[in-house]
Design a protein around this ligand. Sequence first.
Ligand SMILES: Cc1ncc(COP(=O)(O)O)c(C=O)c1O
Length: 465
Amino acid sequence: MVDWIADYYTEIERYPVKADCKPGSVYASIPDTPPDEPEAMQGIFDDFEKIIMPGMTHWQSPKFLAYFPANTSFSSILAEFLSSALGAQCMKWETSPAATELEEAVMNWLKKMTGIPENFEGVIQDTASTSTLCAIITARERSTGFQANIEGLNNYSIMRVYCSAEAHSSVEKAVKIAGIGKNNLVKIGLDKEFRMKPELLEAAILNDFSTGKKPVCVVAALGTTGSTAVDPLPEIAAICTKYNIWLHVDAAFAGSALILPEYRWMIRGIEQADSLVFNPHKWLFTNFDCSAYFVKDSDTLINTFKLVPEYLKTQIPEHVNDYSNWGIQLGRRFRALKLWFVIRSFGVKGLQEKLRNHIAIAGELKSWIENNADFELLAPVLFNLVCFRFHPRGVDDLAELNRLNEQLMLTLNSTGSMYISHTKLNGIYTLRIVAAQTRVELRHIKNAWNLILEKSKAIYPLSNQ
Ligand SMILES: Cc1ncc(COP(=O)(O)O)c(C=O)c1O
């Protein structure tokens, strides 16, 4: 299998990057009932190749330019092997002392690498969605003196949470799960570059106070999903401090760029924030799942989540971390190992070099788009996400342009040679290319751009122009 994996990575560009399979086709290939008798591994593996592989989209292909990536690297994969082999369940210090202490150590490394202040403490969660949910529940509890956990929400004023209109859907999901209610998520308006407008945030907070509601949490995005816009943290942090509101920073994708000193401007004001999340599983070459959640006051987090039934009581002194009390799940995988392997095998300099290379590649694509009269950029390129559309000269109807761009994306993705995704910015159908895949090089982006030029001409021939 190790050989198979090595070959897979060598040949990965030969696979169609996006699975071309009909809905239900894989399901139909799996027997309705499980086998009663043991099967030989060879047969299982043959079916993996025959049934599963054709139905896989290849996230590790350098032709994968869609969404934000879920990166791997060989050191991370090897650490995952070991972690699976050890099969440790890392809920408490006693059940996995080395895993617990390594997690504390690598989270401290990440602070040093990114400039996250020393007085924050880190814990690995599965996803940014979970990290944000932890932040919002902790904010809820802080605002009620930890009583909502006991009494429920009936005795409290309506709680309010704020984020930008471009914030990730995980914020809305978290507000729903936390019992605050989707209608109490206030989406704040944006400036021209898709950043939250702090003056609108303050106005919304004051309005809520005046109607007896309780502002409990603001979520600021450093790198929105749609366009990697960076909300103005210093101004937002000052407002949160002024009104004593929990400030959670969602830097799920772009937070990895904090390892580059030239991107530290993003976290000016972070000392006034309460929590921050970024995902090494997106842009730091560490297998999914690995979400780094940092909190300034870990006692608030622990007071929110700690629960120790009799069967989980241990004789261990208080000063060790039992990370199951730092979040939602009890059972925890050994995720620190892969982060340790990755940071050591790349070195901070190696990681920085890779990120800078991605940013430079995206800069090339940006310049090709800028220099082509039939394409236009739709958002500033701050990192390695390029938002653009095909805009043939003379076509100015929004609906027609949206239709053309959707058709272009579907055509490109059906080739198997590249895979991109879309969003809507100001109602405009926006194509997104992310140059963040571990193995992506300039040539892949160049090939993608050539294909875009070719297919756009086919969709809207020059004779129409
Ligand atoms: C800004 C932002 N926040 C949160 C998420 C959710 O990440 P996860 O899949 O780790 O929950 C994403 C996913 O792309 C994101 O872009």
